[in-house]
Design a protein around this ligand. Structure first.
Ligand code: HEM
Length: 503
């Protein structure tokens, strides 16, 4: 190790020692946790991937729904129980709704609502988002667009099924960009979808657990500033503003908000435009990757569970018939599909630890001390895989939510609640996400049988059911085939795509 390395280690040692010496002795104990080492606590135990599963295991070993980890002086509280999550994140939401400030993100990505601490800057953006994407306010434009975007790719799925991962990724990216900016994207290799995905990749990387070490060791915050993807915040916004000047802008969040900007003084106008720009970029950043993850899990579930797929198709054939494609008004008559989508989100949680919260005041829960500035992680994975709530949790079984052919959540916890996070930071895009998933799933299964692929000897290929590990998890690339259910289904799908009129 060179002299500089030793200096860094010595500085780290002094910072940790000072932190310990200055810390007040709490009146109550911390929640139980794995054994801690002097100074570094559990730093060396922190898992580098699938952390939600390790946290769930620790909770079981300690027989506690809430546990405490010490990452070299940074307190981390893991909430594995859905009841405790409600008690803390919902019932004590004024304390449990902030975020850790990630130095790596703030300089270039300070506009991300999901990472803003609780306060006026966050509130302004969240309010604007909720106003425009409220279930009733945002539904018409969003529903029309999502129906158009799935119909548009039906011929592509038919002709090049091997590209389904990329096609569905572009479809969802396209829906999100279209409702935010009114941009029409290409079905493949689209400039804006690629730009935005590059940005998401960086954000996911910068927010993986462990990055908060930057705040324990402040010298680490001087990370290189070369990061790509930064153009995403401005470019699509400028494109919409230009379309508005030319009178060619399509209805979108940005167009509606810009039209509502009143004649204010220059500084105020600049501020309002900044909030609109931030919120539009946020909706793609938070909405695309997450919905893609759920969409791929749905397709994977259909390949692995053809019996469930048949039942959804029977429901579609009964409610919709075979001479038209599903429309949103069919949704209320299709409980089996509603149960299937719930099970998809439970079976393979999109965001296994949601986004960690930060507690802003000292608190005591169940005689345990929760110190101000602790990171508080709602372990979505542990809640959705809890065998007391969902017996045989690894089994894919939509029947969990059905009684006498109706959706019935009276005896079972609705998995959507944990899937979309907690309290005041709960996902504001839930309705948009669920209606995108509903129309895309219903349309796909009304036209196609989604099957495993076969090798040249006609034998079914083994399917990879593994997942990545990060803030948002995705199925590892897997293969599937999209086979039209009939000649009539094929003709109907091609003609529906023609009628959409966007290419
Ligand atoms: C299946 C799809 C989705 C899942 C599973 C999901 C899940 C989540 C989760 C777990 C959080 C963190 C909640 C917390 O901190 O406790 C979150 C935050 C957020 N989501 Fe979603 N989401 C999805 C789709 C969307 C969509 C489509 C949009 C927008 C159109 C969106 C916008 C947001 C925003 C803006 C936040 C940050 C909220 C804040 O910090 O105040 N999400 N989402």
């Amino acid at each position: 190790m060179n002299i500089q390395g030793l200096d860094i280690l010595a500085a780290l040692f002094i910072v940790l020692l000072l932190q310990r010496l200055l810390r007040k002795r709490p009146l109550y104990p911390f929640p139980p946790g794995p054994k801690k080492w002097p100074l570094i606590g559990n730093l060396l135990d922190l898992p580098s991937k699938y952390e939600s599963e390790t946290y769930a295991r620790w909770g079981k070993e300690l027989n506690s729904g809430i546990i405490h980890i010490d990452a070299a002086g940074q307190n981390i509280i893991i909430v594995n129980s859905a009841k405790i999550a409600t008690d803390l994140f919902h019932k004590r939401s004024s304390k449990y709704s902030s975020r850790h400030v990630y130095h790596q993100l703030t300089e270039r990505w300070g506009w991300l609502m999901s990472n803003l601490p609780y306060g006026e800057t966050w509130r302004e953006r969240r309010r604007l988002f909720t106003k425009h994407f409220h279930p009733t306010a945002g539904t018409t434009v969003h529903q029309t667009r999502s129906m158009e975007f799935i119909r548009r790719i039906l011929p592509n799925l038919m002709d090049t099924p091997e590209k389904f991962l990329d096609l569905t990724r572009h479809m969802i990216g396209g829906i999100t960009l279209s409702i935010a900016y009114g941009i029409t994207t290409k079905t493949e290799d689209d400039y804006f979808v690629n730009l935005a995905e590059e940005a998401i990749g960086i954000i996911n990387h910068a927010t993986v657990p462990g990055t908060f070490l930057v705040d324990i060791m402040p010298f680490l915050k001087y990370v290189p500033q070369w990061v790509p993807g930064a153009g995403f915040h401005g470019e699509p916004f400028e494109a919409t503003a230009k379309d508005m000047e030319n009178g060619t802008a399509k209805p979108s969040f940005v167009a509606t908000c810009l039209n509502e900007v009143e004649e204010k003084d220059q500084a105020e106008k600049k501020h309002v435009i900044r909030v609109i720009k931030d919120t539009a970029a946020m909706s793609f950043t938070a909405g695309a990757d997450t919905t893609v993850s759920a969409m791929w899990s749905f397709i994977l579930a259909m390949v692995c569970h053809p019996d469930v797929q048949r039942k959804v198709q029977v429901e579609i054939d009964t409610v919709v018939g075979r001479d038209r494609l599903p429309e949103f008004y069919d949704e209320e008559n299709m409980p089996y599909l509603a149960a299937t989508l719930r099970e998809v989100l439970r079976w393979k949680p999109v965001a296994p630890i949601a986004i960690p919260h930060l507690v802003t005041e000292d608190d005591v829960y169940d005689n345990y001390f929760i110190q101000k500035n602790s990171t508080v992680i709602g372990n979505v994975w542990a809640m959705l895989q809890d065998e007391d709530e969902y017996p045989n949790p690894e089994r894919f079984d939509p029947e969990r939510y059905l009684r006498n052919g109706k959706l019935d959540l009276s005896d079972v916890r609705d998995p959507l609640d944990a899937s979309f996070g907690f309290g005041r930071r709960e996902c504001p895009g839930r309705q948009i996400a669920m209606s995108t998933l509903w129309i895309t799933a219903a349309t796909m299964l009304s036209v196609f049988n989604i099957t495993n692929v076969r090798d040249k000897n006609g034998k079914e290929e083994e399917i990879d059911t593994g997942y990545s590990s990060g803030i948002v998890n995705h199925a590892n690339p897997f293969k599937a085939n999209f086979i039209p259910r009939s000649k009539e289904a094929e003709i109907m799908a091609r003609s529906a795509a023609e009628q959409v009129g966007i290419h």
